[in-house]
Design a protein around this ligand. Structure first.
Ligand code: ZN
Length: 85
């Protein structure tokens, strides 16, 4: 089992973000953990929300639409650093 759920929280002056591997393409990507909307998939021993990069989410949504499902919203700031509170 890969460590696709591993993510590293990082922050700079006034912002923070998480870098982690995409569940589908395994590429590292940056996301705002408060805004990213994760698809729920069956990972073999149950369903779990997984993080996917923006490119893969667009592909997932094409597949969802083709299957008659609603696309998962991709919020504009979900793949950008988040301002620190
Ligand atoms: Zn991906």
């Amino acid at each position: 089992m890969s460590d696709y759920r591993a993510g590293v929280m990082s922050e700079g002056p006034g912002y923070f973000f998480v870098i982690g591997p995409c569940f589908l393409c395994r590429e590292l990507f940056m996301f705002n953990p408060e805004l990213i909307i994760c698809p729920v998939v069956n990972i073999g021993y149950g369903e779990e929300a997984v993080t996917c990069c923006e490119s893969c989410m667009k592909i997932v949504n094409v597949a969802r639409k083709a299957g008659g499902l609603e696309p998962i919203p991709i919020l504009p700031a979900a793949y950008q650093p988040a301002p620190l509170p």
